[in-house]
Write a new protein. Structure first.
Ligand SMILES: Nc1nc2c(c(=O)[nH]1)N[C@H]1C(S)=C(S)[C@@H](COP(=O)(O)OP(=O)(O)OC[C@H]3O[C@@H](n4cnc5c(=O)[nH]c(N)nc54)[C@H](O)[C@@H]3O)O[C@H]1N2
Ligand SMILES: Nc1nc2c(c(=O)[nH]1)N[C@H]1C(S)=C(S)[C@@H](COP(=O)(O)OP(=O)(O)OC[C@H]3O[C@@H](n4cnc5c(=O)[nH]c(N)nc54)[C@H](O)[C@@H]3O)O[C@H]1N2
Ligand SMILES: [Mo]
Length: 911
C-alpha cells in the first residue's frame, strides 16, 4: 500500500461512533509511522468569512470558540492505541474449541489462542453460520453490533455483521440501551416528552440563554472537565471559566468532588449516590410549604400537580418529604437543602448535564429523572435563564443546545453506513442489551418479556409495546457474533455475562476486534480489525462546539499485522458463503436487501421473511419513526427520518465531492440568522397551547398519564414520581439489610483517562498517578477513592490494594485516600480492562472492571434500563503477594506496566 510518503492527514479522534465524529485533528505520518497527532485549524484552508464562527455576547463580554480544535489528552494518545502490543495481530482460534469435535464452552475466558490463516478463519465462520442457520434458523445468530467507538463510516463495524445476516434472512439483534439516558428515557419522557431521549433536546441557543440570563448553574451529576473529552474536546471547560467570569455561580451536586467541581465550583453539595430523588423531593417540599414556586405557571403549563403535592406533603403515605426526612437518605444536611431550595427559587437557575451522572443509570433512575423535570417546572422552565443545558453532544440531535447553526439544520451527520440496531429483520427478534445474560441462561421452556424495543432514539410510545424472547416459533440464540466485545466491562452484571458466554447453548462465539481485551477473550474465533488510522473514510465532526466539519479522512498508515476493516471481515465470510456479490450490492445500493435475498443460494432461501412479515416490520419502523444510519430506516416518515433526509447531501450544496477530497475538509458556516432562533423552551413558556410538548396532554405531566394507563399497579414507577427504597430485585441502599455486609455505595463514573472500555492501554496516560496506582507487584491497578474517615476505620492507606466485593464477585483496586469522595462511598471509574483471575459469578478480577459486580437486574420491573452505578459493595485490603502465590499462572500473564495486558498473554507461543 502506498502509504509510506510523509504527510499529514485529517482525522476525527472521538469515540462516540454512530457516525458522529468529533475531535478533529491532524495525524503527521513519517516513514510510514504515526509521528504525532495535533489539533487542526479550521481556517487552514478557508477564510474566517467563509466559516463565520459564532460569538455569544453576554453581560458586556463575549465568547467565541476559536479556530483551533481543542483535542483532549485521549486523542493525542491514539498513536499508542494503534501500535498497542495489545492489538490482535492475526486471526486466532481458541485452542480447545473444535467445531468438528469438543467445543469446551466452559473454558471460554480461560483458554489460549493459536494463529490461523485468514482463509481458514473465514471458512470456519462461514461453515458455522451455515450450520447454525440450517439447524436452528436465522434467529439463532445473535448480533451484537453497536456500541460507541471509533467513528467510521465506510468500512466501520458496529452493525456490519447485521447487514450480512439481513441478506441471509435475519438475526437476533442486541437492542442498544438508552444507556446514557436511562432515567430520562424511562422517566423524564413521561413528564415532558422530549423525544427521543428525554433530556431537553432539539432546541437552540440554550447556551446563549444561560450565559445571558442565569444567575447560577446547577451541575447536577455533571463533570464538564471530563466527559466532554470523549465527544467534544474542551470547549465546555472554556465556557465554564467564562461563566465564572460573568458572575454565574457554579453549584455542583455529586458524591465526589469531580474534576469540574475541583476547578469551577462555588459550592459543592455532596449527595449519596442514587439518593437524588430524596433531595429533589425535599426541595419541592420547601417550595410547597414556603410558597416558593410559580403556581400560575403550573396552572397553565402542567397537569397533575395536586397528586404530586399530595405525595410530597405526606398525605399519601403519612411521610412528609421534609429536608430532615431527606437528610437521612441522601446525606445532605437539612439546612443545606433549605438553603439550596430558597436560593434556587429566588434566582434564575439552569441545570447542566453531560448526560446525567450515576443516578441516571442506577436502580429506579426514572424517579430522579422525572423529579428534575418537576422541579424545573415549579420554577417556570423555559423562562429566560431557566432551562436544562447539555455540556456535551452539541449537535448530535439536530441542534441540541447547539451553538453553531450550520445549514442544513442539524449539521452534517452522515450516519454510520453500517450501524444497525434495528434494521428490518432485527426488529422481529431482539433482546435488550441489559437482558442478554438472562436470555442465554433462561431455563428451557420459559420466556422473557419486557417493554419497548429499548433503543435510544425511539419515541415515548415505543415503551408501551411488550416484547418477548424467544419469539414463538423462533429458535433461541446459539451463536454470538460481536464487534463490540466489552459487555462485561460496560454493562450490568458482568460476571453473570461471563457465565452466560460459557454456557453450552452458545456453540460459537465470533469476535472481530482490533484489540485483545474484555469479552474478546471469550471468543472461539477472533478476526483482527484495523483502527481508523489505517483506513480511508469520510467523517463528520459535529459535537465539538466549533463549526461542524465534513472531513475526508485519508488512510494514515498501513494496517497493523493482518488487520482488515470490519466490512472486509464480513465480506470474507460472505465470500465463503457465496453471497459476497449480494452483500456488496446492498452496501452500494445497487440492490435492495429483498433483491439480494431473491438470489440467495438454495440453502438459505427457506429462511427469508414472508411478505407479511416484511410489511409488518416496515410498518413498525414507520410507527416508531426510527432513524439509524441504516438506509432502510430513512424511508419511514417519523420525525427523525425527516431529519435525516434534511441532512443528506447537505455538503454537496456547497462543495463538489472531488474538491472536498482534494481540500480534505469542509467547515459548515454558521447561519447568519442563528441568533433569531428561540432559546430553549421559551416558546412553550410563552405559549403552551401554541407550542405543546410531546406528552399525551401536551403539558408537563406531574401525573404521567401514559404510565397510569399502561402500568396502573407499578409500585416502582407509579404515575407520580416517588422515592423508592427497595424492590424485589434491588436492595442497593445503605439502609438495606445488605448494607450491613456491603456498607459502601459505589460511584462508577465515566473514566477521565479512557472512553469506557477504550484507551486503557495508553502508556502516556497510565503513567499518571491519577490514572493508575502502582501495586507492590508493579501491576498498575485501577484507582479507588476512599474518604479518610472510612480509610482510618479500615486501616487503609494510599497505594494499598483492596478488593471491592459483594455477592456477585470481587474486583481489585489501588487505594487513593481523599476527601474528594464523601464518606460511605467509594469511587472507581468504569471501563478498566478485564483481567479475570477467576471468571464468572463470585469471580476475582485484577483489572478493576467493576461492572463485573454491578447489579444484573434492570432499572425496575417495567423499565429494562441498565443499573451500573450507586450499588452496594464492601472493601478490604488484600495481600497481593499471597494472591499471586495462590494464582501463579494468572498473575504471571504477559504484562507490560506501561500498557497493561498484551496480546501474547493469551496467544499460545509458536514452537
Ligand atoms: N459502571 C458503569 N457502567 C456503565 C456506565 C457508567 O456510567 N458506569 N455508563 C454506560 C454508558 S452511558 C455507556 S454509553 C456504555 C458504553 O458501552 P459501550 O458503548 O459498549 O462501550 P465502548 O467501550 O465504547 O465499546 C466500544 C467497543 O467497540 C470497540 N470498537 C471501537 N471501534 C471499533 C471498530 O471500528 N471496530 C470494531 N470491531 N470494534 C470497535 C471498542 O474497542 C470497544 O470494545 O457503558 C455503560 N456502562
Ligand atoms: N472521558 C470520557 N468522556 C466521555 C465518556 C467516557 O467514557 N470518558 N463517555 C461518554 C458517554 S457514552 C456518556 S453517556 C457521557 C456521560 O456523561 P455523564 O453521565 O455526565 O458522566 P458520569 O461520569 O456518569 O457522571 C458525571 C458526574 O456525575 C456525578 N455522579 C455520580 N453518581 C452520582 C449520583 O448518584 N448523583 C449525583 N448527583 N451525581 C453523581 C459524578 O461527579 C460524575 O463525575 O460521557 C461521554 N464522554
Ligand atoms: Mo453513554
Amino acid at each position: 500500500m502506498g502509504t509510506t510518503k510523509d504527510r499529514s492527514v485529517y482525522k476525527t479522534l472521538g469515540w462516540c461512533g454512530f457516525g458522529a465524529g468529533t475531535n478533529a485533528g491532524i495525524v503527521d505520518v513519517k516513514e510510514g509511522k504515526i509521528a504525532r497527532i495535533r489539533p487542526m485549524r479550521i481556517d487552514e484552508k478557508y477564510s474566517v468569512d467563509d466559516i463565520k464562527p459564532w460569538t455569544i455576547h453576554a453581560r458586556g463580554s463575549s465568547f467565541t470558540p476559536g479556530l483551533k480544535t481543542t483535542l483532549p489528552p485521549l486523542a493525542y494518545g491514539y498513536k499508542q492505541r494503534v501500535y498497542s502490543p495489545n492489538r490482535v495481530p492475526y486471526p486466532l482460534k481458541r485452542v480447545d474449541w473444535d467445531p468438528q469435535g469438543e467445543r469446551h464452552p466452559e473454558t471460554r475466558g480461560i483458554s489460549g489462542y493459536e494463529r490461523i490463516s485468514w482463509d481458514e478463519a473465514a471458512q470456519i465462520c462461514a461453515d458455522e453460520i451455515a450450520r447454525v442457520i440450517d439447524t436452528y434458523g436465522c434467529s439463532a445468530v445473535f448480533c451484537q453490533g453497536d456500541g460507541h467507538g471509533e467513528t467510521k463510516i465506510i468500512g466501520g463495524g458496529h452493525g456490519c455483521n447485521t447487514r450480512l445476516m439481513d441478506v441471509l434472512g435475519g438475526y437476533t439483534c442486541q437492542a442498544r440501551q438508552p444507556d446514557s439516558w436511562e432515567g430520562w428515557y424511562w422517566g423524564a419522557k413521561h413528564v415532558w416528552g422530549m423525544d427521543p431521549v428525554g433530556k431537553q433536546t432539539l432546541q437552540n441557543n440554550v447556551l446563549r440563554d444561560v450565559s445571558q440570563n442565569s444567575d447560577a448553574v446547577l451541575f447536577w451529576g455533571c463533570d464538564p472537565e471530563t466527559t466532554p473529552w470523549g465527544w467534544g474536546g474542551q470547549i465546555a471547560s472554556q465556557i465554564c471559566y467564562w461563566w465564572t467570569d460573568l458572575g454565574i455561580k457554579s453549584i455542583y451536586v455529586c458524591p465526589d468532588l469531580n474534576y469540574g467541581a475541583a476547578v469551577h465550583a462555588d459550592t459543592w453539595i455532596p449527595v449519596l449516590p442514587n439518593t437524588d430523588a430524596a433531595l429533589q423531593l425535599a426541595i419541592a417540599y420547601v417550595w410547597m410549604t414556603e410558597g416558593l414556586y410559580d403556581r400560575s405557571y403550573i396552572d397553565t403549563h402542567a397537569v397533575g400537580f395536586d397528586w404530586f403535592e399530595y405525595y410530597v406533603l405526606g398525605r399519601e403515605d403519612g411521610v412528609p418529604k421534609t429536608p430532615k426526612w431527606a437528610e437521612e437518605k441522601c446525606g445532605v444536611p437539612s439546612r443545606r437543602i433549605k438553603a439550596l431550595a430558597r436560593y434556587w427559587a429566588q434566582h434564575n437557575v439552569s441545570i447542566a448535564h453531560c448526560n446525567g451522572g450515576g443516578y441516571i443509570r442506577s436502580c429506579f433512575s426514572h424517579e430522579p429523572g422525572r423529579l428534575e423535570v418537576c422541579l424545573l417546572a415549579m420554577q417556570a422552565v423555559g423562562a429566560p435563564g431557566r432551562n436544562q443545558i447539555s455540556m456535551i453532544e452539541w449537535g448530535l440531535y439536530g441542534q441540541q443546545n447547539l451553538l453553531t447553526c450550520p445549514r442544513p439544520a442539524g449539521g452534517t451527520y452522515f450516519g454510520a453506513a453500517f450501524t444497525g440496531h434495528l434494521p428490518g429483520t432485527g426488529l422481529r427478534w431482539s433482546i435488550p442489551q441489559t437482558m442478554v445474560p438472562d436470555a442465554i441462561l433462561l431455563p428451557e421452556g420459559e420466556e422473557l418479556t419486557w417493554y419497548g424495543h429499548v433503543i435510544a432514539g425511539l419515541p415515548r410510545i415505543d415503551q408501551f409495546g411488550q416484547h418477548r424472547y424467544p419469539e414463538p416459533g423462533a429458535s433461541r440464540i446459539h451463536m454470538f457474533w460481536t464487534d463490540t466485545p466489552c459487555w462485561s466491562t460496560c454493562w450490568n452484571g458482568g460476571n453473570r455475562m461471563q457465565d452466560a458466554l460459557r454456557d453450552p447453548s452458545i456453540e460459537f462465539m465470533l469476535v472481530q476486534h482490533p484489540w485483545m481485551e474484555n469479552d474478546t477473550l471469550f471468543a472461539d474465533i477472533i478476526l483482527p480489525v484495523s483502527t481508523k488510522l489505517e483506513q480511508t473514510d469520510i467523517a463528520t465532526c459535529t459535537m465539538c462546539g466549533h463549526n461542524d466539519l465534513a472531513i475526508h479522512e485519508e488512510q494514515a498508515v498501513d494496517p497493523v499485522g493482518e488487520a482488515r476493516t470490519d466490512a472486509e471481515c464480513v465480506l470474507a465470510i460472505a465470500e465463503k458463503l457465496g453471497v459476497a456479490e449480494l452483500l456488496v450490492g446492498t452496501w452500494l445500493g445497487s440492490m435492495s436487501v429483498d433483491e439480494a435475498r431473491a438470489q440467495l443460494p438454495e440453502q438459505f432461501a427457506a429462511h427469508t421473511l414472508t411478505d407479511e412479515e416484511k410489511v409488518a416490520a416496515f410498518e413498525e419502523l414507520k410507527r416508531v419513526g426510527f432513524m439509524g444510519g441504516n438506509p432502510n430506516l430513512a424511508k419511514g416518515d417519523g420525525p427523525r427520518s425527516k431529519q435525516l433526509s434534511a441532512m443528506k447531501g447537505g455538503m454537496s450544496q456547497y462543495l463538489p465531492f472531488e474538491k472536498f477530497v482534494e481540500v480534505g475538509y469542509y467547515p459548515f458556516p454558521t447561519a447568519d440568522d442563528w441568533e433569531d432562533d428561540p432559546a430553549g423552551l421559551i416558546q412553550f413558556h410563552d405559549d403552551p397551547e401554541g407550542h405543546p410538548l410531546d406528552t399525551p396532554t401536551g403539558k408537563i405531566e406531574f401525573y404521567a398519564t401514559g404510565i397510569a394507563e399502561h402500568w396502573p399497579g407499578d409500585e416502582e414507577r407509579p404515575p407520580v414520581p416517588h422515592w423508592i427504597e427497595e424492590s424485589e430485585a434491588h436492595h442497593e441502599r445503605l439502609t438495606c439489610d445488605r448494607g450491613k455486609d456491603y456498607p459502601f455505595l459505589v460511584v462508577s463514573n465515566h473514566p477521565r483517562w479512557r472512553v469506557h472500555a477504550e484507551h486503557d492501554d495508553i502508556a502516556w496516560l497510565r503513567e499518571l498517578n491519577a490514572c493508575k496506582v502502582i501495586g507492590p507487584d508493579g501491576y498498575r491497578y485501577e484507582p479507588v477513592w476512599v474518604n479518610p474517615v472510612d480509610a482510618r476505620a479500615r486501616n487503609l492507606h494510599d497505594g494499598d490494594i483492596v478488593r471491592i466485593f459483594n455477592e456477585r464477585g470481587n474486583v481489585l483496586g489501588g487505594v487513593v485516600v481523599t476527601e474528594r469522595i464523601m464518606p460511605h462511598c467509594i469511587s472507581q471509574d468504569h471501563g478498566a480492562r478485564v483481567d479475570s483471575i477467576v471468571t464468572g459469578t463470585g469471580g476475582l478480577d485484577r483489572g478493576g472492571a467493576n461492572n463485573l459486580i454491578c447489579p444484573g437486574a434492570t432499572t425496575s420491573k417495567n423499565a429494562p434500563g441498565e443499573v451500573t452505578n450507586g450499588f452496594l459493595a464492601n472493601i478490604e485490603k488484600v495481600d497481593v503477594q499471597a494472591l499471586a502465590a495462590q494464582y501463579p499462572e494468572e498473575f504471571n500473564r504477559d504484562y507490560d506496566p506501561a500498557v497493561g495486558l498484551i496480546a501474547s498473554a493469551r496467544i499460545v507461543k509458536e514452537a
